[in-house]
Design a protein around this ligand. Structure first.
Ligand SMILES: [Fe+2]
Length: 376
């Protein structure tokens, strides 16, 4: 059993929560959109042609190679999947009818795999294969081409989808930088190690328990990692200060939700995460920051993250306290809910969700056992 909450533990806790197509052979200026000084870093775009018909495969390969693309080929769905796993291409041209596995099944498989879902796929079908096209749409194909292939149509579609792929690559890169930055902030404080990953997992689980949809669950997962990214602007002397913070230091801490929102705002893909970042320190009674929002004015996803953040802070060791067990944490958080800190519906719901799991799993009530079982 951990210690009961002291007078200032909430305050103290707070201090610790914080190629384009480079075409070397036949490069045409019209295809190059990057500024000249950057062209040297652009790689050739790689296209995978999956077709069991050797003649058709060779014709497609020659047409695309002449335009400067790097082309790899595979003669079956299984060989195509192996080629994707070995080196993911920038685009796939996929024949629908092949012995030993249909192109539609492979398309579905690739689109369901998080590692490959962003690779554009053009399904190649016969002119009259309406049924195959409908199934292809369901399987997530990005475009279609009819056999026999018209070279101009092939080039136009390939070029357009590669441009789209370039944008998604850039977006992914930008997101990766932000996530790395957020984990870097977390790593500055050894006491909060693993905090972001636990929050993501807790928040998603609670959101699912509350019946939220996939976009909200994704935002909660991302919010778990990114919520404290604004602490990058907080000096170590404040972030790691063992004693109480003075008014000026508190002011610096209180900026981190705003700084975090500013850092993530340029990425439209993070739009649903911004309210979590900005409002994860509001309190139900309006006494939180930065906007002093009250009750349901606080965005729902931010209220969910607050609840799991509070739970994680108490069930893990910090410089000023030991890790508390589930019962002591429940008592403290219900008391805080009474005092108006947390959403009075979501907090009990979360505590019951965790409590039920502990009972079902017959686990001792400690955080480490929760983690060992990967719960929640
Ligand atoms: Fe925070």
């Amino acid at each position: 059993m951990g210690s009961p909450p002291g007078e200032d533990y909430g305050k103290l806790r707070e201090t610790a929560r914080f190629s384009l197509e480079s075409r070397p052979n036949t490069l045409t200026q019209a295809d190059v959109t990057a500024p000249a000084p950057f062209q040297f870093v652009l790689a050739r775009r790689r296209i995978l042609v999956i077709d069991d018909d050797e003649l058709s495969q060779m014709l497609t390969r020659d047409m695309l190679s002449l335009r400067g693309y790097e082309v790899v080929t595979a003669g079956s769905a299984a060989a195509g999947r192996a080629a994707v796993d070995q080196q993911p291409p920038d685009l796939i041209l996929l024949d629908v009818v092949m012995p030993g596995g249909s192109g539609i099944d492979l398309c579905r498989e690739l689109k369901e795999d998080p590692q490959t879902r962003l690779i554009p796929i053009i399904l190649v079908t016969g002119l009259t294969e309406r049924d195959a096209k409908l199934k292809g749409i369901e399987a997530g194909a990005d475009d279609f081409l009819n056999k026999p292939m018209d070279s101009q149509e092939l080039f136009a579609r390939v070029k357009s989808l590669l441009k789209l792929k370039q944008f998604t690559d850039e977006l992914e890169n930008a997101e990766t930088v932000l996530f790395s930055l957020a984990l870097g902030v977390e790593a500055r404080d050894s006491y909060t190690e693993g905090h972001c990953a636990r929050l993501s997992s807790y928040a998603e689980e609670l959101g699912r328990h509350m019946g939220l949809g996939e976009p909200e669950l994704t935002a909660l997962r991302r919010g778990g990692v990114l919520h404290d990214i604004g602490k990058i602007g907080v000096p170590d002397a404040i972030l790691k200060k063992p004693g109480e913070l003075d008014a000026t230091e508190w002011n610096v801490i209180r900026q981190h939700p705003l700084v975090g929102e500013q850092i993530c705002r340029p990425l439209r893909s993070l739009a649903q995460v911004l309210p979590i970042i900005r409002h994860h320190h509001e309190h139900w009674n309006g006494m939180g920051y930065p906007d002093g929002l009250k009750g349901a004015e606080i965005p729902l996803l931010a209220r969910i993250l607050q609840v799991v953040d509070a739970y994680d802070a108490l069930t893990t060791e910090r410089p000023y306290k030991n890790a508390w067990d589930h019962q002591a944490t429940t008592d403290a958080l219900l008391d805080e809910t009474e005092r108006g800190w947390w959403d009075p519906e979501i907090m009990p719901l979360f505590l019951k969700m965790i409590g039920d799991r502990i009972k079902d799993a017959h686990l001792p009530e400690t955080h480490s056992s929760l983690e060992a079982q990967n719960l929640p």
